[in-house]
Write a protein that binds this ligand. Sequence first.
Ligand SMILES: Cc1cc2nc3c(=O)[nH]c(=O)nc-3n(C[C@H](O)[C@H](O)[C@H](O)COP(=O)(O)OP(=O)(O)OC[C@H]3O[C@@H](n4cnc5c(N)ncnc54)[C@H](O)[C@@H]3O)c2cc1C
Length: 439
Amino acid sequence: MAIGWEKEMRDALGDERLFLDITTREKLSKDYFWYSPVLDRQLKDKIADGIVVPADEDDVEFTLSFAHRHRVPVTVRGSGTGNYGQAVPLQGGLVMDVSRMDRILELGDGFARVQCGVRLGVLEKKAREQGQELRIYPSTFMKATVGGFVCGGSGGIGSITWGNLWDGNVLEAVIYTMEEKPRRLVVRGPELFNYIHNYGTTGIVTELTIPLAPRQEWMQTIVHFDGFEQALLFSESLAKDDSVRKRLVCSVEWPIPSYFKPLAKVLETGAAAVLLETVDGTLGAITALAAAFQGRVGHVIPAVSYRKAIGLSDFSWNHTTLWGLSTDPEITYLQAGFSPESYLEQVRSIKAKFGNEVLLHFEWVRSGGKITPSSLPIVKYTTEDRLYEIISYFESAGVKIYDPHTWVLDNGGRGEVGAMQRKKRENDPRGLLNPGKIH
Ligand SMILES: Cc1cc2nc3c(=O)[nH]c(=O)nc-3n(C[C@H](O)[C@H](O)[C@H](O)COP(=O)(O)OP(=O)(O)OC[C@H]3O[C@@H](n4cnc5c(N)ncnc54)[C@H](O)[C@@H]3O)c2cc1C
């Protein structure tokens, strides 16, 4: 670390906002990259030179101007629950922990305006107290921040109705640029695409406005099927049925349910399971539809018990991998977009080729308006070569892979990043914002 800037920064910010001790630096230089054995090997020793904890936008502005002058990299961190080392400082420098910028600024009719460090779980609770709720949130919502979700996530619970982050689920963002005199930008509309899922490379988001939905009462149901295909067909049919309001439609092949220890008493051994969050009063419709696909309703958690204990969404999305890892530390995962038209053929082909080396679960989402089977397949990890053989096979079967074993935005399959690269050059001419994450 450059001797000199440390003292100057400490003099300016004080001991409460700058941490240089090894314990804090180690702790706040990591995220959940260890889900990937590939990333774990490459990232476990990366560490920041200092941790800055801004209290407000003035601190953010000061830090960026200071870092620009001294050519110090800055990597933002919300709660550090990202999976691809997004919040890991590859080239040292400062990690900016925004968790103290956690004020809900406005809860209006149909929207929330918040500081970036507000936890999604806190916002959901406050919104529900006022008759509203989040539209979409990741399964890590109790810890994850609004800024971290917008800048590092994609979708989650609620996406079956409201789509992903790119589907109108961010209304406005306040951005600071990395320049000698950082600019404060207020961004809306298509320009937001330069900042959604940007890993903090094109600017630091200090404030966000996101849409809220009217509060609903959610019941949770587990439906069992003898075969995974029936579970998928049922899920597709329910996902497309607009008369049943829903937050979660997650289909899981056996033996994944055997990983869900807290649900052991209510899951049928050997059966595929569908985990549902649907609006109260829909049990009749679910029971009838399940029967049409030879399924049976198992455990039901009534709406009055919502959030009073562990919920079914705690087993969905990438929490599925977490439960898997607690049983078998040798697994890892992929992020896959199956074809809405031919996903069953793709599933058959993958299962025929890999058997239980690849285990599938699907979270149905409405992506760009279309009901889509998105999946985070669990993979038994042996070698990196084998992992990429499996990825190649998925791709040859027409399944889109968003590679979770890379920290580079362009390699993760998020599509065209040309506009984001241009925006980075404009907002961060010295390339100091989370360097190494975008080419
Ligand atoms: C068990 C598990 C389940 C998960 N499930 C989901 C899921 O359902 N859906 C999903 O989308 N993701 C999921 N994730 C990934 C992750 O939890 C979410 O994306 C979460 O929203 C990240 O929030 P965070 O506050 O922890 O962000 P962090 O990990 O701290 O940051 C994420 C990225 O955003 C950047 N960033 C953070 N704050 C800002 C800011 N203010 N300005 C600019 N850049 C910023 C960081 O630099 C980093 O690159 C899961 C992860 C785990 C471990």
